[in-house]
Design a protein around this ligand. Structure first.
Ligand code: GLU
Length: 311
């Protein structure tokens, strides 16, 4: 049986230039595609407009090119794909799996206080489901995904190529998450699922900080009848304070002013991925890592590709 084609992607949010942390995800996703004879695409995730920095997407594409990381297709911009997200929301709504929510943050806090079950996750209150049965005269603000139709708990088990078996009870640990925000913007979870399927992505390789989103994305894939890609979450580069390196804790924009700086940045990213130091031009360095990457991250048979289970 022939293997399905491999299509991978790097999906940066243009909130600033590439830095040492985002380069790790870019390099890993590129190497995985190359090592498996696949295609590599870039998707600019520019839907959270208040967080986007003007010019950052062009800067990122230039930085990638300087590193020798050239996409095999024209980059896709999420800001131009609202129609697809709208169609997906309408499909979920028809299926009874999405509902409008009229609650403000204060409403949610008040409902949780009354129920005596106030719970938070990553500083977000877990939605108590107030609007599941209707808006009760309130205007619709956001749209939410019904994580546990008919009150069944939504338990998702999936396998990460590096982290192994992962389990999350989305209905309990996350709750009915947002698909369209109160400010009218599309939520990352919906956009990423729609786009990964529309672009035929077979393999998602991204930073470990995003692993926690995967169960939600798998629930949405199932609800929309879309395939589930394979997942590989890469190690994070940590800032001196021990947090994930980000612009907020001092990540420096990648230096691409000369080839020595580019090689140093690529070597630092490669070291984080357990690859040996390489030399030469960026493209020569990339070529030296393809084989070691392939040896480290062989793909399981295609039979496992779309496997996921509910427990
Ligand atoms: N846009 C997300 C970020 O830059 C990555 C999304 C993904 O790879 O699924 O953190």
């Amino acid at each position: 049986m022939s293997q399905p084609p491999y299509i991978g992607r790097f999906a940066p949010s243009p909130t600033g230039p590439l830095h040492a942390g985002s380069l790790v995800a870019a390099l890993a996703s590129w190497l995985d595609a190359r090592a498996h004879g696949g295609q590599w695409q870039v998707r600019i995730e520019d839907i959270d407009t208040p967080r986007c920095v003007p010019g950052a997407s062009d800067t990122i594409l230039q930085q990638l090119a300087t590193c020798g990381l050239l996409p095999d297709a024209a980059p896709v911009y999420q800001s131009q794909r609202g129609t697809l997200y709208q169609q997906a929301l309408e499909q979920l709504t028809r299926q009874g799996l999405a509902y409008p929510c009229g609650c403000t943050r204060q409403d949610i806090a008040a409902a949780l206080a009354i129920s005596g079950h106030s719970r938070e996750r990553h500083a977000e209150l877990i939605y108590p489901g107030t609007c599941r049965s209707g808006l009760n005269g309130k205007p619709a603000r956001a749209w939410r995904f019904l994580a546990s139709p008919e009150g069944q708990s939504a338990n998702v088990t999936w396998t990460d190529r590096r982290l192994g078996t992962q389990t999350q009870t989305v209905s309990d640990q996350v709750g009915d998450f947002v698909l369209r925000r109160a400010d009218g913007l599309w939520a990352y979870q919906l956009a990423v699922v729609v786009d990964d399927a529309a672009q035929g992505i077979t393999d998602v390789v991204r930073g470990e900080d995003l692993a926690d989103n995967t169960a939600r994305q798998i629930l949405l894939q199932r609800a929309l009848g879309l395939p589930t890609p394979r997942y590989l979450h890469t190690p994070l580069v940590l800032a001196t304070n021990g947090e994930k390196l980000s612009k907020q804790n001092g990540a420096q924009a990648l230096l691409t002013s000369n080839s020595q700086a580019v090689l140093a940045a690529l070597n630092a990213a490669a070291a984080c991925l357990n690859l040996p130091a390489a030399s030469g031009t960026p493209s020569e360095a990339l070529a030296q890592w393809t084989q070691p990457w392939a040896a480290q991250w062989a793909l399981k048979s295609s039979g496992e590709r779309f496997h996921h289970s509910t427990a």
